[in-house]
Every structure is written in structure tokens, then in C-alpha cells.
Write a protein of this length. Structure first.
Length: 699
């Protein structure tokens, strides 16, 4: 290895310590990479890049001349992401698979610097899709006979818990037995799911035959009609609802659900929807819990999925009834009309349509399910004021946000829609939205005749926007505008290849530029969030149990407590009254306060989170034994961008907005927040929120 190879190695650039991972032969690395590519989700815009002595994969781009002595694979996209990186060692390679989308994003940036081709940065994987992708891959790796000798916990060190679950799912005989295992019950409990059931859809998708459940009172059959359930069936995305009557469940299903919140996860195998996972919880699940539920659903499909009839097919019995062999790896997507081969066909379809679009005289736009512009006619560019770089950007980013509501309606209904839109340069247009294939949508735009300056009758009587609406419009426009240069900076970082060989110092500088761009983006996001919070009103929020919200937030920080060797105590009395508001907003405020206690407390510190009722209010205290604050610092600690001297002494990074956002959320909920602190004695942040009723509505 040459003198500059170490700083240029992909694991080193990503901060992977030497010796991390599992020692594999080249043949094992190739096999794992092939499985990862085969089972990646369908994503038209995903990037698949590989290099080193990996051999030609069936799909992907061989990347550059660097690191040719060590195989690597990067899959990056909204629907799933991973990075397999390695270092030569003895007679094999020390390999590790990174499943954190942010690490994968950094890997794509690093590759772009040293490759010979342009590598447009993909979007970060969404949590639910990412968890389902990794869970499916784990089920495949666990069941693969050729990988029995591989230590998967060393190969995927961040996925130890999910590897254990995949092993349990793979060796369990059937779904009924699986739902009786302590492992699955514990996994559901960790996500605050009280009870769950899984069912197989009938061929016409109007009934659900329940095949396994936790808890009692589960019906044998459910009618699948209306509202949430049919929305999930159309979109194949999970959904939640807090009212049983609005769920679409029949009387038996509503009896099983009771007063709990329902979350529905679609179960798919080889691209075919075969069943549903229904979960009941006391409150709406947090995003992390919903992502985990998607992972459990993916494991169920991978190990016990059913080869169901496609939509519109019929079966003599009315039911899908071909179970997968327990423990078998999911069949390859290439065996059906899904997977990479389908993605290639869809990409070819987009290319062919684009060539046709360029010759059309009408205003026509082609987008994907995420609202990204794939192609448009010259007339459409003029009508919508689209710039030359609008392709691959979303409708909002490109300035064609007027089409977004119609696309949302078409996606929700999964059918063609028509409507009127206001054009960016004035005037209105009639728009027809039609689906093409499984994931493409066309807009056919007909501008209305008449002088552009003449307002319609509706526009003439439209009331002027009030101050709040003007501020919301400003924030929306500012968000769109400010993210354009940030995205362009990110594109610049990833698209300009490095000139010659880089030494260690130059590689470090590239990493600093990437980090600073990420920090600037997060700062802008925090500022926009603060502005939106100050415009919101939570008077019409839902009753919330703060004790459950606090426990869930503490659970998200357990890994950080352990990493820092800190001790956390949660003291929550039973029967704590409910408060009214936003779960997302209050969860963010509580998380900011706990994160503040973690950052400003040394290793071994004690952190206590407690709550109690007092005079019609709920008081929550986050107490730490950290560095503490002076009197002057206490007076400024909630101010935007304020950084205490203790932050500099302790080397704590941050943007100075966490406590400001927490204060804004608390005050918008009609509460107050304050801090008691002394230097070297720690701090206690306390906030007060009014109970739902003056006397307190007990949990």
C-alpha cells in the first residue's frame, strides 16, 4: 500500500476504526454485495456504486481507480441505503456494512471526490423504508447457507438487535408460533405497542384473515373497507389513526382496537401486497417506533410471507395461501416483475418519454412519486417558468409548486385527477394528472384564455392575507430559496473531482467542508423550525400522556447515556394528568432538554427526569450534575445562538438553538420554562404545562 493510500481509504474517510468488521474472503464479499443489490428497494433515483476487486455486479456503476485493492459497495437512495467498505487483511478483507443513512451519504460524497464521473447526491433514506430494507437484507443473510460461518454481528455492528430478531424469525415454524415468542413481544413492547395482529388479504383485498396475534380478543376475520385501511392498500405506506370509527375496521376490529391508536403496516413480498400488520398503542407512535414496526413487518414478509394473488386476480378459496418456507431467504426480485430489472425498465421508459416530450408542442410535465421533475416540454418550461436545471429537482424546488396539491391528490386517490392552478407568472391553467406505469405521473397543462392581468371573480373577492398567513408564506418561500444554494454547494462538493492524489491534510479538509455544509443545513432547518413553531397554535391539539412521551424520548437517548457512562433516573408517578398539544412539538422540546443535560454533563454524571402534578399543571424537571451555569448565563440561556462559557471549556458543539426551540414550544402550549443552576453544581430545567382539565384528567 502506498503512502497516500491510508488517508484515501474509504473506511478511513468515513471514520471506521481499523480492525472493525468481519474477516471475509473475496468470494464471500462478492456474494454479500450481490445479495444486497438483488434485494434493494425499487428506487428510480437510487445510486449503486461498487469498486475494488468486486467483479461486475449485474447492476451498478464501477467507480474510479482508487481503492482497487479493497472492495466496496454503496447503495444510496430514499428507499434504502448501505455502504459495504473493507480493508485488506491477511488472505481476505476486513469488511463492515454501515446502515446509517448519514454515513452512507458521507460515503457518496467521498466517492464523488475521487471518481472520474459525476455522482449527483441522492436523498437520504426515509426511516421506515430504510429499516424495512435492512431487515429484509438481514433475513436474507441469516438464511443464506453460504454465509453460516460469517459473524454478522461484526459485519453489521449497528444491527445486533435486528440480527437476533432475524434469527428468531427465521427458525420459527409459523406466524402463530412467532407471535407467541418473547422476542417478538419484547420488540413490540419496546415500541409501545400493546397488542398486534397480522392477517392475510383476500384476493380482492376486501377481507383480512387473521393468522396470528398478541393479546386476547383478536377476531378471526376483518372487513377491510374505507378510510385508513384502503389508503394503506392504495399507497402501500403505513398509516395511523386515533379513532377506531375512522379506521375502516368493522365492529369486530373496533372491539379489538378499543380506544387505542391504530397503526397499519402493509406486508409485501416480491413487490406483491399479501397482508397487513395492525398495531394498537395508547398513543400515536413516534417516527422511530413506526420505522421499527416496518422492520418487523419486513422480517415477517421475508421469513413467513405469502405469495398472494396480484390485484384483480382471483383464487378458488378467495385467499392467498402459498406460504414461504420458514427460514428461507426472500426470493430474488428478479424472479418477478420487481427489483432492479424493473428499475432498469422504468429508467428506460423515462428516457423514451423524455425524447417524446421534447417534440411535443403542448405543456406536459413528467414526475415520479416523490414529485421530482423527470422531463418536460419546452412549452411547459415557459408556462411554469422552469429553469434549465429544474430536472431531478422537486416541483417545489423548481418553482412549479402550483402542481404539488394535484400530485398529492392523485397519489392519495391513486387515480387521475383534474384541477385549476395559478401559474407562477400570473393567470390560471387547467391541469390533468394521469399515472404512467407504477411510479410516474404526467401533467397536461392548458393555460386559460384571457388577459393575464384580468383577475377572475374569485380572485377579485379573495380576502387579503392576514399577518400570520404572510409570515407563513414568507417562511415557505424562504425555506425553498435558502435550500437552493445549500443544495448547489453540496452538489459542488460531490461533483468536482479531486485534482491528482490527495494527501492526509487535503483529505481532512474535504471532510471539514462536508461537515460544515451539513452543519449549515441543520442550522437553517433549526431556524425554519423555530419560525414555524412561533406561528403555530396548539389550542386544538390532542390530549397527551407526558409520562409516555418522556419515556419514549429517554429511550431514544439510552445509547448516548451508555456511550458517555451517564446514569439516568426517570421518576414518573402513576395517574399523571394529560396535557393538550402536539406530540411532535413537545417531544422535540423534551428531547432538546435531555440532550442539553447529556452534553453539559461529564462521564459518570447523574441525570434525573421527574414529573408531578401541581395546582392544575404538570411540572417536568430535567436535573443534571453537570458543569452548571453562572447567574449571567442563566439569564441568557434561552436566547437564540447563545453559547455558555462551559460549552467552550467542555468542547461541546452545537448551534445554540435547542433550548430556544424548547422554550418556544412550551410557551406555545401555554406553559412556562425556567432553569436553576450554579457553576459546578449542575442545572435543573423545569417547565410547566396546564392539565387538559382544571382538575386534571387522569391517565
Amino acid at each position: 500500500m502506498t503512502s497516500f493510500a491510508a488517508p484515501l481509504s474509504l473506511p478511513a474517510l468515513l471514520g471506521v476504526p481499523a480492525g472493525t468488521g468481519c474477516l471475509l474472503s473475496l468470494e464471500q464479499v462478492r456474494h454479500i454485495a450481490t445479495l444486497a443489490v438483488q434485494h434493494r428497494p425499487n428506487d428510480l433515483h437510487a445510486r449503486v456504486v461498487f469498486g475494488g476487486p468486486l467483479g461486475n455486479l449485474e447492476e451498478g456503476t464501477a467507480w474510479g481507480d482508487f481503492w482497487q485493492n479493497a472492495p466496496f459497495l454503496v447503495i444510496a437512495g430514499e428507499q434504502g441505503a448501505l455502504a459495504l467498505v473493507s480493508q485488506p487483511e491477511a488472505e481476505g478483507f476486513r469488511c463492515v456494512i454501515l446502515s446509517d443513512p448519514k454515513q452512507v451519504d458521507h460515503a457518496t460524497m467521498a466517492l464523488a471526490q475521487f471518481g472520474d464521473e459525476m455522482l449527483p447526491p441522492p436523498d437520504l433514506a426515509v426511516p421506515e423504508a430504510q429499516r424495512a430494507f435492512i431487515a429484509t437484507l438481514l433475513a436474507t443473510l441469516v438464511a443464506e447457507p453460504r454465509l453460516k460461518s460469517v459473524d454478522l454481528t461484526r459485519l453489521l455492528p449497528a444491527e445486533r438487535r435486528w440480527i437476533e430478531l432475524a434469527q428468531v424469525f427465521g427458525r420459527t415454524r409459523d406466524l402463530a408460533t412467532l407471535f407467541a415468542t418473547p422476542d417478538l413481544r419484547q420488540a413490540l413492547y419496546e415500541q409501545r405497542v400493546e397488542r398486534a395482529l397480522v392477517g392475510v388479504l383476500s384476493a380482492n383485498q376486501t377481507q383480512l384473515r387473521v393468522v396470528a396475534a398478541t393479546g386476547g380478543n383478536a377476531p378471526a376475520m376483518l372487513s377491510v373497507q374505507g378510510n385508513l385501511l384502503t389508503s394503506v392498500l392504495r399507497s402501500r405506506r403505513s398509516g395511523s389513526i386515533a379513532t377506531g370509527a375512522e379506521s375502516g375496521l368493522d365492529a369486530a376490529g373496533q372491539g379489538w382496537l378499543g380506544t387505542s391508536t391504530l397503526t397499519v403496516v402493509p406486508l409485501q413480498r416480491d413487490g406483491t401486497l399479501w397482508g397487513l400488520l395492525l398495531a394498537a398503542s395508547q398513543r400515536p407512535l413516534a417516527s422511530a417506533a413506526r420505522a421499527a414496526l416496518h422492520g418487523l413487518g419486513a422480517l415477517i414478509s421475508a421469513t413467513h410471507g405469502i405469495a398472494a394473488p396480484t390485484v384483480g386476480d382471483t383464487a378458488p378459496s378467495g385467499w392467498a395461501s402459498t406460504p414461504a418456507r420458514p427460514g428461507a431467504a426472500p426470493s430474488s426480485p428478479r424472479a418477478s416483475n420487481t427489483g432492479p430489472s424493473r428499475a432498469r425498465r422504468q429508467a428506460a421508459l423515462v428516457s423514451d418519454l423524455g425524447a417524446v416530450f421534447e417534440r411535443l408542442s403542448d405543456a406536459v410535465v413528467l414526475v415520479d412519486n416523490q414529485g421530482r421533475l423527470l422531463s418536460y416540454t419546452p412549452t411547459a418550461a415557459t408556462t411554469l417558468a422552469l429553469g434549465p436545471t429544474a430536472r431531478k429537482h422537486t416541483l417545489i424546488e423548481s418553482g412549479a409548486s402550483c402542481l404539488t396539491p394535484l400530485l398529492s391528490e392523485a397519489l392519495m386517490k391513486d387515480e387521475s385527477v383534474e384541477g385549476e392552478v395559478a401559474l407562477p407568472r400570473g393567470g390560471c391553467a387547467s391541469v390533468v394528472v394521469r399515472g404512467i406505469g407504477d411510479a410516474l405521473w404526467s401533467f397536461i397543462i392548458h393555460p386559460d384564455a384571457g388577459p393575464e392581468s384580468a383577475p377572475s371573480a374569485a380572485e377579485a373577492h379573495r380576502p387579503l392575507p392576514n399577518e400570520r398567513e404572510q409570515q407563513e408564506t414568507f417562511l415557505s418561500n424562504f425555506s425553498r430559496i435558502i435550500h437552493v444554494p445549500l443544495r448547489e454547494l453540496r452538489n459542488l462538493i460531490t461533483s468536482v473531482p479531486a485534482a491528482g492524489e490527495l494527501n492526509e491534510q487535503q483529505s481532512r479538509l474535504i471532510g471539514q467542508v462536508v461537515r460544515l455544509n451539513s452543519e449549515l443545513t441543520m442550522l437553517v432547518n433549526d431556524l425554519l423550525s423555530l419560525g414555524q413553531i412561533r406561528l403555530q397554535s396548539y389550542e386544538s391539539g390532542t390530549p397527551l400522556r407526558l409520562d409516555l412521551l418522556i419515556e419514549a424520548t429517554v429511550g431514544l437517548q439510552y445509547a448516548e447515556f451508555g456511550r458517555r457512562g451517564q446514569h439516568v433516573t426517570v421518576d414518573l408517578p402513576p395517574g399523571l394528568p394529560r396535557v393538550t398539544g402536539s406530540e411532535e412539538g413537545l417531544g422535540r422540546a423534551i428531547n432538546a432538554l435531555i440532550d442539553n443535560a447529556i452534553k453539559y454533563s461529564p462521564s459518570g454524571a447523574n441525570i434525573r427526569i421527574a414529573a408531578h402534578e401541581e395546582a392544575g399543571n404538570v411540572l417536568v424537571m430535567i436535573e443534571d450534575s453537570g458543569y452548571g451555569l453562572s447567574e449571567d448565563e442563566v439569564a441568557q440561556v434561552f436566547e437564540p445562538f447563545y453559547r455558555a462559557e462551559s460549552a467552550e471549556r467542555a468542547g461541546v458543539s452545537g448551534r445554540g438553538l435547542g433550548l430556544t426551540i424548547a422554550k418556544a414550544v412550551i410557551e406555545q402550549h401555554g406553559g412556562q420554562i425556567w432553569v436553576d443552576s450554579r457553576p459546578g453544581k449542575g442545572s435543573t430545567f423545569t417547565f410547566r404545562l396546564p392539565c387538559t382539565n382544571a382538575g386534571g384528567t387522569k391517565s
